[in-house]
Design a protein around this ligand. Structure first.
Ligand code: SAH
Ligand code: MG
Length: 217
């Protein structure tokens, strides 16, 4: 099984240009969690491509995409780009800059494309634009790592887990973002997904902030 790499050489595949772009991109991933995600990607990319649910503006895709590139594979990143419930106007995580003035709806796809272009990752990160469970119903590619960071409503997060977790290769990794064990710290759906994954036989691994990595035996 792949080990998450520690020590001074751990960042060598995340070049300064990409790191600067990741840090500047709009999104919801602190740098220490992004670097932990990058290390998980490094550990898993030898097995197969990486897959992210929830691209938003591409911040986490840079941490994962650089790991995929270094191993000669790719990151697929899935999003319908119209935002989760919690990203809509009036909610805590709303950013009016990502609203398309033509429709009044969120559209983060142009921001994702800019982030990937600025990071030099256009050849290594493949944007899949669509509803996550719908894409999953037509998907066939097994992956080295699955990162779940889409909608955080209970039914949405669990649907992502149920739709995509069967594609994680034996020995591969499952990463879940925004896992808060205490309801005072945040929504519980990602924690419930983590508990479900453990019940299904994934082995709990490293925790960095709200990022939890599990191993598929
Ligand atoms: N990983 C990003 C943040 C993702 S925010 C980062 O670290 O910066 C969550 C994203 O999930 C939003 O962009 C939203 O559009 C997407 N999303 C929510 N429900 C979805 C669904 N059913 N299908 C596809 N994407 C969805
Ligand atoms: Mg998140």
């Amino acid at each position: 099984a792949p080990q998450e790499q520690e020590g001074p050489r751990r960042h060598v595949t995340l070049d300064q240009r990409a790191l600067t772009v990741a840090r500047a991109a709009k999104g919801f991933m602190p740098d220490d969690e992004g670097l932990a995600l990058h290390r998980a990607g490094q550990a898993a990319a030898a097995l197969g491509p990486l897959l992210e649910i929830g691209s938003y503006c591409g911040k986490s895709a840079v941490y994962l995409g650089t790991a995929a590139r270094a191993a000669g594979t790719v990151l697929f990143t899935v999003d319908h780009h119209h935002g989760s419930e919690e990203n809509q106007a009036g909610w805590e995580h709303h950013d009016p800059e990502v609203v398309d003035p033509r429709t009044g709806r969120m559209d983060t796809l142009p921001f994702l494309r800019r982030t990937l272009e600025d990071a030099g990752l256009e050849a290594d990160v493949i944007a899949v634009v669509g509803d996550s469970p719908t894409v999953a119903r037509h998907w066939a590619t097994r992956v080295g790592l699955l990162f779940i960071d889409g909608g955080h409503a209970e039914d949405v997060a669990m649907a992502d887990y149920e739709s995509w977790s069967p594609f994680v290769l034996p020995g591969g990794l499952l990463a879940i973002h925004d896992v808060f064990e205490d309801a005072a710290d945040g929504g519980q759906a990602p924690f419930h997904v983590w508990q479900r994954a453990v019940a299904d036989g994934f082995t709990a691994g490293a925790t960095t902030g709200s990022l939890r990595v599990l191993h598929r035996p």
